[in-house]
Write a protein that binds this ligand. Structure first.
Ligand code: SF4
Length: 314
């Protein structure tokens, strides 16, 4: 198989575009896709400082490098979830990646913030692990962005992540989640702007980029995701994609084209109007979900000052 552009030996085939690329032409394709996404969804503004959520997996580490190649101002943020060996490896790979390239990184631990690791939080509160994890990340990302002068939060969600999430949300008619599935959510009600610059690129393309760039990332899946329906939806979509290349992209981008018509702005989807009495972060009620979670784990939650003192810089 040869590269469709320069006829050198191809390193990757991309059936949905009926093409194949050598390493150099693939790099150009990938960077063009990211640039196109950033421009089309108006993800960044001049002078923006970006807080990048970094898990230690291929997508977030690769996105970090891509955003730096685009000469953007990026601050990495890693949350150590306390999931035994998995979290140790994720934190170490993230730290090593940042140190090797001289990228600034903040590491926080969920245990310092709540008094418990994620498995303990899930067990004690009877909450699904991914729900407790998502709630904590939303809160801590927003807080870190505010504390470090970032105007936008970027995450490494790729096309497979977004299409499988969309499938799950449609199968269960989760209107509240569907209307928030834009790859670029504006800042509102004290919540930072959120963007997903990799939404045109698949898992396979991101894994190929990471391999070609020598990025050392965590390969194994998070052990708490064992029951996650997301994995099943990804498999279903991959089976469809094999039979009919391009369906995944058509499904997801077709939804984005219809998103505004389906969910016009209304008072029902208004942003948080107030702030939490405990932590002062944006909140719909008196006390935010994260502080309520902390209170369930301990009747005496840490003060904001104590929580902030647990931040480590490299
Ligand atoms: Fe968090 Fe669930 Fe993702 Fe694990 S799989 S990192 S618990 S959201």
């Amino acid at each position: 198989m040869n590269c469709r552009v320069c006829k050198k030996k191809a390193v990757i085939a991309i059936p949905r575009h009926n093409t194949a690329f050598c390493a150099d032409c693939f790099d150009k394709y990938l960077m063009d896709q990211v640039r196109k996404t950033i421009k089309e969804f108006r993800m960044f503004e001049p002078g923006d400082r970006i807080l990048l959520a970094v898990s230690g997996g291929k997508d977030s580490l690769a996105l970090w490098e891509i955003l730096k190649r685009l000469e953007l101002d990026v601050l990495g943020y890693h949350l150590d979830l306390g999931i035994s060996e998995y979290s140790k490896e994720s934190t170490e790979k993230t730290r090593a990646f940042a140190e090797k390239r001289g990228y600034p990184l903040i590491i926080e631990e969920i245990e310092s913030e709540t008094g418990a690791t994620l498995p303990v939080i899930a067990e004690s509160t009877k909450r699904p692990p991914c729900s407790a994890c998502g709630l904590s990340k939303r809160h801590l990302f927003n807080r870190a962005a505010r504390q470090h002068g970032c105007q936008v939060l970027a995450t490494g969600h790729n096309l497979d992540d977004e299409a499988s999430r969309l499938l799950g949300n449609i199968l269960h008619w989760q209107d509240g989640y569907l209307e928030k599935q834009s790859p670029s959510l504006p800042a509102e009600g004290g919540l930072i702007r959120k963007v997903k610059p990799l939404n045109r690129l698949t898992e396979k393309e991101m894994a190929t980029y990471a391999y070609l760039k020598g990025i050392d990332y965590v390969i194994r899946e998070c052990p708490m995701s064992a029951d996650a329906k997301q994995i099943f939806y990804k498999k279903v979509l991959n089976d469809i994609e094999k039979e009919s290349p391009g369906t995944k992209q058509f499904f997801y981008f077709g939804f984005l084209e219809r998103l505004e018509k389906m969910f016009p702005p209304s008072s029902e989807n208004a942003p948080p109007a107030g702030s939490c009495k405990v932590c002062q972060e944006p909140c719909y009620t008196d006390i935010c979900s994260f502080c309520r979670l902390r209170m369930k784990l301990s009747p005496f939650p840490e003060t904001q000052e104590t929580a902030e003192s647990s931040i480590n810089f490299i």
